[in-house]
Design a protein around this ligand. Structure first.
Ligand SMILES: [Zn+2]
Length: 272
């Protein structure tokens, strides 16, 4: 993949601004590459849902809608699990301990190393805990939107017309948002888990960083804020309150969508 050509050093080093920029570019490359494949596959999922609704005789009731949407959950789970694992493998070589692994040569040499068992174990546990929630959020949104269309459809023709509009006009942008958001959270989670499994026992801090391009106001305020590894960032919400987030893209404490969707921020990690 093209991102290996960057002379990136690592997320967890005494780093320079130039290094940080290079690492950020690599992280974005990893996300973009995987977002493209999530987007492509989610569009196929929506196309399959559309096909089933198109073939439905009459206006579907709530149970019919749930049955059709949920029949795609396993497929959605497989798409995201696969993407998460690929991203974890790509992010892992960016993280290393202080002294040994700073050169690009080292990165290239080690990029196909099998990550240590702890990393895979923690990552799988994150996938297990979060994927169920993410998939039901995605399915609930789809279901809610289609129920709305069904409830205002008086005839089969009405429903067919609005469902066609929904899958042609709304589904592609949803697939895109899901792809962007999920690839971001998988990349930032992989980095966090990887840093935790590196140089265990040595105190580290994490620093919130924005890309400085089209950054939302609430995240501009976070740029450069640092906290301990086990502490949460207090991220301002649009409505005036705060969300607790362990790192950009983290949904442990159910942050508002405004702090998660389409975010491109990441953490840099430093020794305390
Ligand atoms: Zn952000």
């Amino acid at each position: 993949m093209s991102y290996v050509r960057y002379n990136c050093k690592l997320l967890c080093v005494k780093s320079s601004a130039a290094n940080d920029r290079a690492v950020m570019i690599v992280m974005q490359r990893i996300q973009e590459y995987n977002a493209r494949s999530i987007n492509y596959n989610m569009r196929k999922v929506f196309a399959s849902m559309y096909k089933q609704f198109k073939e439905f005789d009459g206006v579907p009731d709530q149970i019919d809608i749930a049955r059709i949407v949920f029949s795609h959950s396993t497929w959605e789970t497989a798409i995201l699990t696969d993407a998460y694992n690929r991203m974890a493998d790509a992010v892992y070589p960016l993280i290393a301990d202080d002294e040994g692994l700073k050169s690009m040569e080292h990165y290239l040499e080690h990029k196909s190393d099998e990550p240590p068992a702890n990393y895979k174990r923690d990552l799988n546990s994150w996938i297990f805990q979060h994927l169920g929630v993410h998939i039901s959020d995605i399915d609930d949104t789809t279901m809610g939107e289609i129920r709305e269309l069904a409830s205002i459809s008086k005839t089969t023709e009405d429903f067919q017309k609005s469902i066609k509009g929904y899958f042609i006009n709304n589904a592609p942008s949803r697939a895109y948002t899901i792809a962007r958001t999920e690839s971001h959270s998988a990349a930032t989670t992989s980095a966090d888990i990887s840093v935790r499994n590196t140089d265990i026992g040595r105190d580290k801090i994490k620093v919130w960083r924005t890309t400085k391009v089209n950054t939302r106001q609430t995240h501009k305020e976070m740029d450069g804020v640092s906290v301990g590894m086990d502490d949460a960032f207090q991220v301002p919400r649009n409505d005036g309150g705060y969300d607790m987030m362990m790192y950009p893209g983290d949904s442990t404490y159910a942050p508002s969508a405004g702090n998660v969707v389409n975010c491109r921020c990441m953490c840099f990690y430093r020794y305390a």
